[in-house]
Design a protein around this ligand. Structure first.
Ligand SMILES: [Zn+2]
Length: 125
């Protein structure tokens, strides 16, 4: 499952970062996922729960914030959201994204990222 490999990388990066800061208890982690990552929120939640078990992240809450995609078309200057049919098949084959105005292939500005935006942690001494 795609969500598992993404979550594994995120947790590894997060663990590294928090260990450096000496944080040993985390309450909340907020994650932003772009529309074009096609990651399932439920699968992410499940992966998080399974992978943080028996770690200092166990029991913390994962908040998933969806970020909608934005494109810019060099052809006609269009900038904004995209339209595509949300067919479940697209979750396995990345859809072809076209400019809603002229049909050219636009540049993706936003929507492909997976970012940890905040962590609420406790520092105990
Ligand atoms: Zn265009």
């Amino acid at each position: 499952m795609h969500e598992y490999s993404v979550m594994k990388q995120l947790i590894a990066a997060l663990t590294d970062e928090l260990e450096k800061k000496g944080i040993d208890r985390v309450e909340e982690v907020t994650l932003e996922i772009g529309e074009l990552t096609f990651l399932g929120e439920e699968q992410l939640q499940f992966a998080y729960e399974v992978m943080t078990k028996d770690s200092f992240l166990e029991g913390s809450t994962l908040n998933v914030v969806n970020v909608s995609a934005e494109v810019k078309c060099e052809e006609c200057g269009y900038q904004g959201g995209i339209n595509y049919v949300d067919d479940p098949a697209f979750h396995y084959n990345i859809p072809v994204i076209t400019c809603p105005d002229c049909g050219e292939k636009p540049r993706i500005i936003r929507g492909k990222e997976t970012t940890i935006v905040s962590v609420t942690a406790f520092q105990e001494d």
